[in-house]
Ligand binder design. Structure first.
Ligand code: ZN
Length: 615
Protein backbone atom coordinates (compact mmCIF):
# COMPACT_ATOMS: atom_id res chain seq x y z
CA UNK A 1 0.00 0.00 0.00
CA UNK A 2 1.33 3.38 -0.88
CA UNK A 3 1.89 5.90 1.83
CA UNK A 4 1.95 9.68 1.86
CA UNK A 5 5.35 10.72 3.21
CA UNK A 6 6.83 13.94 4.55
CA UNK A 7 10.60 13.97 4.78
CA UNK A 8 12.41 15.96 7.42
CA UNK A 9 16.11 16.83 7.38
CA UNK A 10 18.17 18.79 9.84
CA UNK A 11 21.72 19.99 9.82
CA UNK A 12 23.46 21.31 12.91
CA UNK A 13 26.82 22.99 12.90
CA UNK A 14 27.72 21.77 16.35
CA UNK A 15 28.51 18.32 15.08
CA UNK A 16 31.50 17.15 13.17
CA UNK A 17 31.02 14.68 10.30
CA UNK A 18 27.51 15.99 9.94
CA UNK A 19 25.55 14.62 7.01
CA UNK A 20 24.50 17.52 4.80
CA UNK A 21 20.84 18.25 4.19
CA UNK A 22 21.29 17.38 0.51
CA UNK A 23 22.66 13.94 1.40
CA UNK A 24 19.87 13.38 3.90
CA UNK A 25 17.26 14.28 1.28
CA UNK A 26 18.89 11.94 -1.27
CA UNK A 27 18.73 9.10 1.26
CA UNK A 28 15.10 9.88 1.99
CA UNK A 29 14.10 10.03 -1.70
CA UNK A 30 15.69 6.65 -2.41
CA UNK A 31 14.02 5.14 0.63
CA UNK A 32 10.58 6.40 -0.42
CA UNK A 33 11.06 5.36 -4.07
CA UNK A 34 12.20 1.87 -3.08
CA UNK A 35 8.93 1.31 -1.28
CA UNK A 36 6.72 2.80 -3.93
CA UNK A 37 5.54 5.48 -1.52
CA UNK A 38 4.71 9.05 -2.36
CA UNK A 39 6.98 11.86 -1.19
CA UNK A 40 4.57 14.72 -0.60
CA UNK A 41 6.95 17.35 0.70
CA UNK A 42 10.38 17.84 2.24
CA UNK A 43 11.09 20.12 5.17
CA UNK A 44 14.46 21.05 6.59
CA UNK A 45 16.11 23.10 9.30
CA UNK A 46 19.74 24.03 9.19
CA UNK A 47 22.46 25.21 11.52
CA UNK A 48 20.28 24.97 14.56
CA UNK A 49 21.11 22.73 17.44
CA UNK A 50 18.65 19.92 17.99
CA UNK A 51 17.74 21.08 21.43
CA UNK A 52 15.88 24.21 20.43
CA UNK A 53 12.39 23.65 19.14
CA UNK A 54 10.55 26.88 18.63
CA UNK A 55 13.32 28.27 16.47
CA UNK A 56 13.02 25.43 13.95
CA UNK A 57 10.67 26.69 11.23
CA UNK A 58 11.00 23.47 9.21
CA UNK A 59 9.61 21.21 11.87
CA UNK A 60 6.84 23.70 12.60
CA UNK A 61 5.83 23.74 8.93
CA UNK A 62 5.93 19.96 8.86
CA UNK A 63 3.56 19.74 11.82
CA UNK A 64 1.25 22.26 10.18
CA UNK A 65 1.25 20.12 7.02
CA UNK A 66 0.30 17.02 9.01
CA UNK A 67 -2.67 18.94 10.35
CA UNK A 68 -4.06 19.89 6.96
CA UNK A 69 -3.39 16.77 4.87
CA UNK A 70 -3.56 13.05 5.51
CA UNK A 71 0.07 12.00 6.02
CA UNK A 72 0.94 8.37 6.81
CA UNK A 73 4.63 8.67 7.50
CA UNK A 74 7.13 11.26 8.65
CA UNK A 75 10.55 10.07 7.55
CA UNK A 76 13.99 11.22 8.68
CA UNK A 77 17.45 9.73 8.40
CA UNK A 78 17.98 9.10 12.10
CA UNK A 79 15.83 9.66 15.12
CA UNK A 80 18.01 12.43 16.47
CA UNK A 81 17.14 14.53 13.40
CA UNK A 82 13.73 15.11 14.96
CA UNK A 83 14.99 16.32 18.26
CA UNK A 84 17.69 15.61 20.73
CA UNK A 85 15.57 16.61 23.61
CA UNK A 86 13.08 14.31 25.26
CA UNK A 87 10.58 17.01 25.87
CA UNK A 88 10.52 18.32 22.34
CA UNK A 89 10.31 14.81 20.92
CA UNK A 90 7.25 14.31 23.08
CA UNK A 91 5.66 17.45 21.72
CA UNK A 92 6.26 16.35 18.13
CA UNK A 93 5.21 12.84 18.97
CA UNK A 94 1.92 13.91 20.50
CA UNK A 95 1.02 15.87 17.40
CA UNK A 96 1.90 13.04 15.02
CA UNK A 97 0.22 10.48 17.20
CA UNK A 98 -2.96 12.51 17.21
CA UNK A 99 -3.03 12.50 13.41
CA UNK A 100 -2.13 8.79 13.17
CA UNK A 101 1.13 9.60 11.48
CA UNK A 102 3.93 7.08 11.94
CA UNK A 103 7.61 7.95 12.25
CA UNK A 104 10.09 6.01 10.13
CA UNK A 105 13.83 6.35 9.91
CA UNK A 106 16.05 5.45 7.00
CA UNK A 107 18.59 4.11 9.43
CA UNK A 108 16.22 1.66 11.13
CA UNK A 109 14.38 0.84 7.90
CA UNK A 110 11.16 0.60 9.84
CA UNK A 111 8.66 2.42 11.94
CA UNK A 112 9.96 3.79 15.22
CA UNK A 113 7.71 3.02 18.15
CA UNK A 114 6.87 5.91 20.39
CA UNK A 115 8.55 4.39 23.38
CA UNK A 116 11.64 3.80 21.33
CA UNK A 117 11.65 7.38 20.16
CA UNK A 118 11.48 8.57 23.70
CA UNK A 119 14.29 6.31 24.73
CA UNK A 120 16.45 7.26 21.80
CA UNK A 121 16.12 10.92 22.48
CA UNK A 122 17.08 10.21 26.04
CA UNK A 123 20.04 8.23 24.84
CA UNK A 124 21.22 11.04 22.67
CA UNK A 125 22.45 12.70 25.85
CA UNK A 126 25.36 10.51 24.99
CA UNK A 127 25.70 12.51 21.83
CA UNK A 128 25.94 15.68 23.85
CA UNK A 129 28.73 14.00 25.76
CA UNK A 130 30.45 13.14 22.51
CA UNK A 131 30.26 16.72 21.32
CA UNK A 132 31.80 17.80 24.57
CA UNK A 133 34.61 15.33 24.02
CA UNK A 134 35.18 16.55 20.49
CA UNK A 135 35.30 20.16 21.64
CA UNK A 136 38.02 19.19 24.09
CA UNK A 137 39.92 17.42 21.33
CA UNK A 138 39.56 20.48 19.14
CA UNK A 139 40.93 22.66 21.92
CA UNK A 140 43.93 20.40 22.27
CA UNK A 141 44.76 20.77 18.61
CA UNK A 142 44.34 24.53 18.83
CA UNK A 143 46.59 24.61 21.89
CA UNK A 144 49.33 22.83 19.97
CA UNK A 145 49.03 25.44 17.25
CA UNK A 146 49.22 28.13 19.93
CA UNK A 147 46.09 29.99 18.86
CA UNK A 148 43.49 28.83 21.35
CA UNK A 149 41.68 31.38 23.40
CA UNK A 150 40.55 30.42 26.83
CA UNK A 151 39.72 32.57 29.79
CA UNK A 152 42.01 35.50 30.25
CA UNK A 153 44.11 35.07 33.38
CA UNK A 154 44.56 37.89 35.83
CA UNK A 155 47.63 39.88 34.81
CA UNK A 156 46.92 39.83 31.09
CA UNK A 157 44.75 41.63 28.58
CA UNK A 158 43.77 41.01 24.99
CA UNK A 159 46.45 41.97 22.51
CA UNK A 160 45.73 45.14 20.55
CA UNK A 161 47.72 44.24 17.44
CA UNK A 162 45.87 44.52 14.16
CA UNK A 163 46.28 42.66 10.91
CA UNK A 164 46.71 44.22 7.46
CA UNK A 165 42.94 44.83 7.24
CA UNK A 166 42.93 46.70 10.51
CA UNK A 167 41.05 43.94 12.35
CA UNK A 168 42.22 43.04 15.80
CA UNK A 169 44.10 39.75 15.67
CA UNK A 170 42.08 37.35 17.72
CA UNK A 171 43.55 35.19 20.42
CA UNK A 172 46.55 37.36 21.14
CA UNK A 173 47.26 38.40 24.68
CA UNK A 174 49.71 40.66 26.37
CA UNK A 175 50.76 41.51 29.90
CA UNK A 176 48.65 44.12 31.72
CA UNK A 177 51.36 46.10 33.57
CA UNK A 178 49.18 47.22 36.49
CA UNK A 179 47.79 43.73 37.15
CA UNK A 180 51.23 42.19 36.67
CA UNK A 181 52.45 44.43 39.50
CA UNK A 182 49.72 43.03 41.78
CA UNK A 183 50.62 39.47 40.80
CA UNK A 184 54.24 40.01 41.75
CA UNK A 185 53.19 41.65 45.01
CA UNK A 186 50.97 38.66 45.87
CA UNK A 187 53.80 36.23 45.16
CA UNK A 188 56.22 38.28 47.32
CA UNK A 189 53.78 38.50 50.22
CA UNK A 190 53.04 34.79 50.18
CA UNK A 191 56.72 33.84 49.86
CA UNK A 192 57.34 36.02 52.93
CA UNK A 193 54.83 34.03 54.95
CA UNK A 194 51.68 36.17 54.70
CA UNK A 195 48.50 34.09 54.52
CA UNK A 196 46.21 34.25 51.46
CA UNK A 197 43.35 35.52 53.65
CA UNK A 198 45.41 38.46 54.88
CA UNK A 199 46.62 39.19 51.34
CA UNK A 200 42.98 39.22 50.15
CA UNK A 201 41.91 41.56 52.98
CA UNK A 202 44.75 43.89 52.13
CA UNK A 203 43.81 43.99 48.43
CA UNK A 204 40.13 44.61 49.26
CA UNK A 205 41.09 47.38 51.67
CA UNK A 206 43.14 49.02 48.92
CA UNK A 207 40.14 48.60 46.57
CA UNK A 208 42.21 46.71 44.02
CA UNK A 209 39.73 45.25 41.49
CA UNK A 210 39.58 41.47 41.82
CA UNK A 211 39.67 39.04 38.91
CA UNK A 212 36.16 38.03 37.78
CA UNK A 213 34.47 38.54 41.10
CA UNK A 214 34.07 41.80 42.91
CA UNK A 215 36.19 40.98 45.93
CA UNK A 216 39.40 39.12 46.58
CA UNK A 217 39.03 35.96 48.57
CA UNK A 218 41.68 33.71 50.02
CA UNK A 219 40.93 30.93 47.54
CA UNK A 220 41.28 33.30 44.56
CA UNK A 221 44.89 33.47 45.66
CA UNK A 222 45.51 30.07 47.19
CA UNK A 223 43.45 28.01 44.73
CA UNK A 224 43.56 24.27 44.68
CA UNK A 225 46.96 22.59 44.59
CA UNK A 226 45.70 19.56 42.82
CA UNK A 227 43.86 21.40 40.10
CA UNK A 228 46.53 24.11 40.03
CA UNK A 229 43.88 26.79 40.01
CA UNK A 230 44.32 30.12 41.81
CA UNK A 231 46.92 32.82 41.29
CA UNK A 232 49.74 31.07 43.15
CA UNK A 233 49.39 28.03 40.89
CA UNK A 234 49.17 29.77 37.53
CA UNK A 235 52.16 28.67 35.49
CA UNK A 236 51.51 31.31 32.88
CA UNK A 237 53.23 33.73 35.28
CA UNK A 238 56.51 31.93 34.52
CA UNK A 239 55.73 31.70 30.79
CA UNK A 240 54.19 28.26 30.61
CA UNK A 241 50.71 27.40 29.37
CA UNK A 242 49.22 24.18 30.59
CA UNK A 243 46.15 23.16 28.61
CA UNK A 244 43.51 20.63 29.24
CA UNK A 245 44.17 20.29 32.95
CA UNK A 246 40.56 19.69 33.82
CA UNK A 247 37.21 19.17 32.26
CA UNK A 248 33.80 20.19 33.43
CA UNK A 249 30.70 18.14 33.43
CA UNK A 250 27.28 18.41 34.88
CA UNK A 251 26.56 16.15 37.76
CA UNK A 252 23.11 14.73 36.93
CA UNK A 253 22.24 14.45 40.62
CA UNK A 254 22.92 18.01 41.63
CA UNK A 255 22.80 19.69 38.19
CA UNK A 256 25.99 21.44 39.17
CA UNK A 257 29.00 21.69 36.95
CA UNK A 258 31.92 19.99 38.56
CA UNK A 259 35.52 20.19 37.52
CA UNK A 260 37.42 16.97 37.07
CA UNK A 261 41.17 16.79 36.75
CA UNK A 262 42.41 15.16 33.59
CA UNK A 263 45.22 12.67 33.69
CA UNK A 264 48.63 14.37 33.51
CA UNK A 265 49.36 12.57 30.25
CA UNK A 266 46.57 14.64 28.69
CA UNK A 267 48.06 17.94 29.74
CA UNK A 268 49.68 20.00 27.02
CA UNK A 269 52.48 22.36 27.99
CA UNK A 270 53.55 25.23 25.74
CA UNK A 271 56.38 27.66 26.56
CA UNK A 272 55.50 31.33 26.05
CA UNK A 273 58.38 33.44 27.47
CA UNK A 274 56.67 36.69 26.47
CA UNK A 275 53.96 36.04 29.07
CA UNK A 276 56.31 35.83 32.04
CA UNK A 277 55.47 38.04 35.05
CA UNK A 278 57.21 36.28 37.95
CA UNK A 279 60.89 35.35 38.11
CA UNK A 280 61.95 31.72 38.48
CA UNK A 281 63.49 32.63 41.83
CA UNK A 282 60.24 34.07 43.25
CA UNK A 283 58.22 31.18 41.78
CA UNK A 284 60.55 28.70 43.51
CA UNK A 285 60.14 30.44 46.89
CA UNK A 286 56.38 30.29 46.56
CA UNK A 287 56.50 26.60 45.63
CA UNK A 288 58.66 25.96 48.67
CA UNK A 289 56.20 27.60 51.01
CA UNK A 290 53.32 25.73 49.37
CA UNK A 291 55.12 22.49 50.14
CA UNK A 292 55.52 23.37 53.82
CA UNK A 293 51.80 24.12 54.06
CA UNK A 294 50.96 20.98 52.15
CA UNK A 295 50.34 19.26 55.42
CA UNK A 296 47.46 21.63 56.17
CA UNK A 297 46.23 21.22 52.69
CA UNK A 298 46.10 17.45 52.80
CA UNK A 299 44.32 17.61 56.11
CA UNK A 300 41.48 19.58 54.60
CA UNK A 301 41.41 17.23 51.63
CA UNK A 302 41.03 14.25 53.91
CA UNK A 303 38.23 15.99 55.74
CA UNK A 304 36.48 16.60 52.49
CA UNK A 305 36.82 12.94 51.55
CA UNK A 306 35.52 11.81 54.89
CA UNK A 307 32.55 14.02 54.44
CA UNK A 308 31.59 12.40 51.15
CA UNK A 309 31.83 8.94 52.67
CA UNK A 310 29.56 9.79 55.54
CA UNK A 311 26.01 8.57 54.99
CA UNK A 312 24.28 11.61 53.57
CA UNK A 313 21.21 13.15 55.10
CA UNK A 314 18.06 13.28 53.07
CA UNK A 315 18.70 16.81 51.82
CA UNK A 316 22.49 17.04 51.99
CA UNK A 317 23.91 19.28 49.28
CA UNK A 318 20.48 20.42 48.06
CA UNK A 319 19.90 23.36 50.37
CA UNK A 320 20.28 26.90 49.18
CA UNK A 321 19.98 30.27 50.91
CA UNK A 322 17.20 32.43 49.39
CA UNK A 323 19.16 35.60 50.01
CA UNK A 324 22.71 34.85 48.90
CA UNK A 325 22.30 31.54 47.01
CA UNK A 326 24.99 30.08 49.23
CA UNK A 327 24.63 26.66 50.76
CA UNK A 328 22.78 25.78 53.93
CA UNK A 329 24.84 23.41 56.00
CA UNK A 330 24.71 21.85 59.45
CA UNK A 331 25.93 24.58 61.82
CA UNK A 332 25.20 23.73 65.39
CA UNK A 333 23.90 20.41 66.54
CA UNK A 334 21.41 19.13 63.91
CA UNK A 335 20.63 22.65 62.74
CA UNK A 336 21.05 23.95 59.19
CA UNK A 337 22.10 27.55 58.60
CA UNK A 338 23.47 29.70 55.74
CA UNK A 339 27.21 29.13 55.39
CA UNK A 340 27.86 32.63 54.06
CA UNK A 341 25.91 34.21 56.89
CA UNK A 342 27.97 32.27 59.38
CA UNK A 343 31.35 33.05 57.85
CA UNK A 344 30.42 36.75 57.34
CA UNK A 345 32.14 36.75 53.96
CA UNK A 346 31.26 39.46 51.46
CA UNK A 347 29.01 38.03 48.75
CA UNK A 348 29.36 39.21 45.15
CA UNK A 349 25.66 38.76 44.41
CA UNK A 350 24.83 41.11 47.28
CA UNK A 351 27.17 43.82 46.08
CA UNK A 352 29.80 42.79 48.58
CA UNK A 353 27.50 42.87 51.60
CA UNK A 354 27.25 39.92 53.99
CA UNK A 355 24.25 37.60 53.91
CA UNK A 356 21.70 38.60 56.55
CA UNK A 357 19.69 35.36 56.47
CA UNK A 358 20.08 34.24 60.07
CA UNK A 359 17.32 31.62 59.92
CA UNK A 360 18.33 28.20 61.10
CA UNK A 361 16.19 25.11 60.90
CA UNK A 362 16.31 21.74 62.64
CA UNK A 363 17.23 18.96 60.28
CA UNK A 364 14.31 16.75 61.31
CA UNK A 365 11.94 19.67 60.96
CA UNK A 366 13.17 20.57 57.50
CA UNK A 367 13.03 16.99 56.24
CA UNK A 368 9.49 16.55 57.55
CA UNK A 369 8.23 19.67 55.84
CA UNK A 370 9.83 18.80 52.51
CA UNK A 371 8.65 15.19 52.58
CA UNK A 372 5.09 16.06 53.49
CA UNK A 373 4.72 18.36 50.49
CA UNK A 374 6.09 16.03 47.84
CA UNK A 375 3.20 13.66 47.08
CA UNK A 376 0.70 16.50 46.84
CA UNK A 377 3.01 18.45 44.59
CA UNK A 378 3.46 15.50 42.24
CA UNK A 379 -0.25 15.07 42.08
CA UNK A 380 -0.63 18.61 40.89
CA UNK A 381 1.63 17.83 37.99
CA UNK A 382 -0.20 14.77 36.79
CA UNK A 383 2.69 12.48 37.51
CA UNK A 384 0.48 9.84 39.07
CA UNK A 385 -1.71 9.75 35.98
CA UNK A 386 1.29 9.23 33.78
CA UNK A 387 2.78 6.49 35.89
CA UNK A 388 -0.53 4.73 36.24
CA UNK A 389 -1.18 5.02 32.51
CA UNK A 390 2.13 3.49 31.67
CA UNK A 391 1.63 0.67 34.14
CA UNK A 392 -1.81 -0.01 32.72
CA UNK A 393 -0.48 -0.24 29.19
CA UNK A 394 2.10 -2.78 30.28
CA UNK A 395 -0.45 -4.77 32.19
CA UNK A 396 -2.90 -4.71 29.29
CA UNK A 397 -0.26 -6.23 27.04
CA UNK A 398 0.20 -8.92 29.63
CA UNK A 399 -3.53 -9.61 29.96
CA UNK A 400 -3.80 -9.95 26.19
CA UNK A 401 -1.30 -12.80 26.18
CA UNK A 402 -2.68 -14.62 29.17
CA UNK A 403 -4.44 -17.88 28.14
CA UNK A 404 -8.03 -18.14 29.22
CA UNK A 405 -8.98 -20.75 31.84
CA UNK A 406 -11.85 -22.17 29.74
CA UNK A 407 -9.68 -22.45 26.67
CA UNK A 408 -7.08 -24.32 28.65
CA UNK A 409 -9.59 -26.86 30.03
CA UNK A 410 -11.26 -27.51 26.69
CA UNK A 411 -7.82 -28.10 25.19
CA UNK A 412 -7.11 -30.76 27.79
CA UNK A 413 -10.54 -32.23 27.23
CA UNK A 414 -9.96 -32.60 23.50
CA UNK A 415 -6.65 -34.37 24.16
CA UNK A 416 -8.33 -36.81 26.55
CA UNK A 417 -11.10 -37.58 24.04
CA UNK A 418 -8.56 -38.24 21.31
CA UNK A 419 -6.68 -40.69 23.54
CA UNK A 420 -9.99 -42.39 24.37
CA UNK A 421 -10.85 -42.86 20.72
CA UNK A 422 -7.43 -44.33 20.01
CA UNK A 423 -7.81 -46.92 22.80
CA UNK A 424 -11.31 -47.87 21.70
CA UNK A 425 -9.91 -48.33 18.19
CA UNK A 426 -7.20 -50.65 19.58
CA UNK A 427 -9.77 -52.69 21.52
CA UNK A 428 -12.05 -53.16 18.49
CA UNK A 429 -9.01 -54.00 16.30
CA UNK A 430 -8.07 -56.77 18.71
CA UNK A 431 -11.66 -58.09 18.73
CA UNK A 432 -11.78 -58.08 14.91
CA UNK A 433 -8.55 -60.07 14.84
CA UNK A 434 -10.08 -62.57 17.31
CA UNK A 435 -7.50 -61.79 20.02
CA UNK A 436 -8.47 -61.85 23.74
CA UNK A 437 -9.45 -58.61 25.52
CA UNK A 438 -6.66 -56.89 27.49
CA UNK A 439 -7.48 -55.80 31.04
CA UNK A 440 -4.78 -53.09 30.86
CA UNK A 441 -6.53 -51.40 27.93
CA UNK A 442 -9.87 -51.52 29.75
CA UNK A 443 -8.26 -49.94 32.83
CA UNK A 444 -6.76 -47.15 30.74
CA UNK A 445 -10.13 -46.52 29.17
CA UNK A 446 -11.73 -46.29 32.64
CA UNK A 447 -9.08 -43.85 33.85
CA UNK A 448 -9.46 -41.69 30.76
CA UNK A 449 -13.22 -41.59 31.17
CA UNK A 450 -12.79 -40.48 34.77
CA UNK A 451 -10.43 -37.69 33.69
CA UNK A 452 -12.72 -36.62 30.88
CA UNK A 453 -15.71 -36.39 33.24
CA UNK A 454 -13.61 -34.37 35.70
CA UNK A 455 -12.54 -31.92 33.01
CA UNK A 456 -16.08 -31.55 31.77
CA UNK A 457 -17.30 -30.73 35.26
CA UNK A 458 -14.52 -28.12 35.65
CA UNK A 459 -15.40 -26.58 32.33
CA UNK A 460 -18.97 -26.13 33.49
CA UNK A 461 -17.79 -24.37 36.65
CA UNK A 462 -15.14 -22.24 34.96
CA UNK A 463 -16.09 -18.59 34.89
CA UNK A 464 -17.61 -17.47 31.65
CA UNK A 465 -14.94 -16.13 29.36
CA UNK A 466 -14.09 -12.68 30.59
CA UNK A 467 -14.38 -9.93 28.11
CA UNK A 468 -11.04 -8.31 27.32
CA UNK A 469 -12.69 -4.93 27.74
CA UNK A 470 -13.89 -6.07 31.15
CA UNK A 471 -10.38 -7.05 32.15
CA UNK A 472 -9.01 -3.70 31.10
CA UNK A 473 -11.73 -1.94 33.03
CA UNK A 474 -10.79 -3.89 36.13
CA UNK A 475 -7.17 -3.10 35.54
CA UNK A 476 -7.93 0.59 35.28
CA UNK A 477 -9.61 0.47 38.65
CA UNK A 478 -6.69 -1.37 40.20
CA UNK A 479 -3.85 0.61 38.71
CA UNK A 480 -5.20 4.08 39.11
CA UNK A 481 -3.43 7.34 39.76
CA UNK A 482 -4.84 7.01 43.25
CA UNK A 483 -3.08 3.67 43.69
CA UNK A 484 0.20 5.19 42.56
CA UNK A 485 -0.33 8.07 44.91
CA UNK A 486 -0.98 5.63 47.71
CA UNK A 487 2.28 3.84 47.03
CA UNK A 488 4.21 7.08 46.99
CA UNK A 489 2.44 8.35 50.04
CA UNK A 490 3.34 5.29 52.00
CA UNK A 491 6.95 5.63 50.90
CA UNK A 492 6.98 9.17 52.23
CA UNK A 493 5.08 8.10 55.31
CA UNK A 494 7.81 5.66 56.20
CA UNK A 495 10.39 8.32 55.58
CA UNK A 496 8.67 10.59 58.06
CA UNK A 497 7.25 8.39 60.74
CA UNK A 498 9.68 5.55 61.10
CA UNK A 499 12.72 7.44 61.99
CA UNK A 500 15.09 4.56 62.62
CA UNK A 501 17.77 5.15 60.08
CA UNK A 502 17.86 1.58 58.82
CA UNK A 503 14.25 1.68 57.70
CA UNK A 504 14.84 5.08 56.18
CA UNK A 505 18.04 4.41 54.33
CA UNK A 506 16.60 2.63 51.27
CA UNK A 507 14.27 5.57 50.65
CA UNK A 508 16.81 8.33 50.86
CA UNK A 509 18.13 7.86 47.35
CA UNK A 510 14.67 7.52 45.87
CA UNK A 511 13.44 10.69 47.47
CA UNK A 512 16.62 12.60 46.62
CA UNK A 513 15.95 11.94 42.96
CA UNK A 514 12.69 13.83 43.21
CA UNK A 515 14.20 16.99 44.61
CA UNK A 516 16.42 19.39 42.77
CA UNK A 517 16.98 21.85 45.55
CA UNK A 518 15.34 23.43 48.55
CA UNK A 519 15.68 27.18 48.95
CA UNK A 520 15.47 28.44 52.52
CA UNK A 521 14.36 32.01 53.12
CA UNK A 522 14.00 34.62 55.84
CA UNK A 523 10.74 35.19 57.72
CA UNK A 524 10.05 37.81 60.37
CA UNK A 525 10.63 37.06 64.04
CA UNK A 526 10.39 33.50 65.23
CA UNK A 527 8.31 32.23 62.34
CA UNK A 528 9.66 29.08 60.76
CA UNK A 529 11.87 29.65 57.70
CA UNK A 530 10.16 29.75 54.30
CA UNK A 531 10.93 26.82 52.01
CA UNK A 532 10.79 26.54 48.27
CA UNK A 533 11.16 23.03 46.92
CA UNK A 534 12.34 22.57 43.36
CA UNK A 535 11.29 19.19 42.01
CA UNK A 536 13.12 17.29 39.35
CA UNK A 537 9.99 15.98 37.75
CA UNK A 538 11.38 14.32 34.65
CA UNK A 539 13.57 12.06 36.72
CA UNK A 540 10.65 11.06 38.86
CA UNK A 541 9.37 8.86 36.11
CA UNK A 542 12.79 7.40 35.64
CA UNK A 543 12.90 6.55 39.30
CA UNK A 544 9.43 5.20 39.09
CA UNK A 545 10.04 1.56 38.54
CA UNK A 546 6.98 0.56 40.40
CA UNK A 547 8.25 -2.90 41.22
CA UNK A 548 11.30 -1.50 42.91
CA UNK A 549 9.27 0.97 44.88
CA UNK A 550 6.85 -1.69 45.98
CA UNK A 551 9.65 -3.98 46.97
CA UNK A 552 11.19 -1.25 49.06
CA UNK A 553 7.86 -0.55 50.64
CA UNK A 554 7.42 -4.22 51.39
CA UNK A 555 10.85 -4.36 52.96
CA UNK A 556 10.16 -1.32 55.05
CA UNK A 557 6.85 -2.74 56.22
CA UNK A 558 8.36 -6.05 57.17
CA UNK A 559 11.32 -4.47 58.82
CA UNK A 560 8.99 -2.38 60.87
CA UNK A 561 6.83 -5.38 61.68
CA UNK A 562 9.90 -7.36 62.69
CA UNK A 563 11.21 -4.64 64.95
CA UNK A 564 7.79 -4.29 66.60
CA UNK A 565 7.58 -8.03 67.28
CA UNK A 566 11.12 -7.89 68.58
CA UNK A 567 10.28 -5.09 71.00
CA UNK A 568 7.13 -6.88 72.12
CA UNK A 569 9.27 -9.90 73.05
CA UNK A 570 7.54 -12.19 70.57
CA UNK A 571 10.78 -13.25 68.97
CA UNK A 572 12.66 -14.45 71.99
CA UNK A 573 14.29 -17.44 70.34
CA UNK A 574 16.50 -17.62 67.29
CA UNK A 575 14.17 -20.22 65.86
CA UNK A 576 11.18 -17.88 66.00
CA UNK A 577 13.20 -15.11 64.37
CA UNK A 578 14.31 -17.37 61.56
CA UNK A 579 10.80 -18.67 61.00
CA UNK A 580 9.44 -15.14 60.61
CA UNK A 581 12.24 -14.11 58.27
CA UNK A 582 11.65 -17.19 56.13
CA UNK A 583 7.95 -16.37 55.95
CA UNK A 584 8.81 -12.83 54.77
CA UNK A 585 11.16 -14.21 52.14
CA UNK A 586 8.50 -16.54 50.82
CA UNK A 587 5.91 -13.80 50.70
CA UNK A 588 8.37 -11.54 48.91
CA UNK A 589 9.09 -14.13 46.22
CA UNK A 590 5.36 -14.45 45.52
CA UNK A 591 4.89 -10.69 45.47
CA UNK A 592 7.88 -10.22 43.17
CA UNK A 593 6.11 -12.29 40.56
CA UNK A 594 3.11 -10.01 40.75
CA UNK A 595 5.18 -6.85 40.68
CA UNK A 596 7.32 -7.91 37.78
CA UNK A 597 4.26 -7.37 35.61
CA UNK A 598 3.87 -3.79 36.67
CA UNK A 599 7.15 -2.48 35.31
CA UNK A 600 6.87 1.17 34.57
CA UNK A 601 9.15 2.05 31.75
CA UNK A 602 11.76 4.74 32.02
CA UNK A 603 10.23 7.34 29.78
CA UNK A 604 9.75 10.94 30.70
CA UNK A 605 6.61 12.55 29.40
CA UNK A 606 6.15 15.98 27.95
CA UNK A 607 5.69 19.07 29.98
CA UNK A 608 7.57 18.01 33.05
CA UNK A 609 9.40 21.20 33.71
CA UNK A 610 11.39 21.33 36.88
CA UNK A 611 8.87 23.24 38.89
CA UNK A 612 8.97 24.97 42.17
CA UNK A 613 6.30 24.89 44.79
CA UNK A 614 6.22 26.72 48.05
CA UNK A 615 5.58 25.38 51.51
ZN1 ZN B 1 22.77 33.33 52.85
Amino acid sequence: MTKNVLFYARYSTDRQNEVSIETQIELGKTFVADRGWKLVETYADSAISGTSFTSRPGIQQLLAHVKRERIDVVLCVTVDRLSRDVEHSSKILKELNYHDTAIWTVQAGQEISHIELHMRSTLSHELVEQIRYRTREGMKTAARKGTATTRLSYGYRLGQQRDANGDRIKGLREIDPAQAEIVRWIFEQYANGVSPAVIADNLNARRVPAPEKKYWRDDTIRGDGKRRSGILHNELYVGRIVWNKQNYRKNPETERRTARLNDKSEWIVTEVPSMRIVSDELWARVKERQLTTLENFSRTTTNRLNRTHRPSYLLSGMLECAECSGSYAIMAKERYGCSNHKSKLPVDGLGGACCSNQKTILRKNLEDRVLSCLPAAFFGMGVFDDVAGQARRNLAAFVKNEPDERQRISGELKAAELEQRQIIQQISNRAAEGRPRLAALDDMLDQLEERRAGLEARLKQAPAEEDFEEKIKKLKAEVSPEAVELILNSAFYYMREHADSETKQPFINIVRQFIQKVVIGKTPGHQPASLEVHGRIASILAAMEAATIMEKRFEALKQHDYLEKMRAGELDTEQKQKKLLDAYAEELSVKRLEWSNIQVSVVAGAGFEPAAFRL
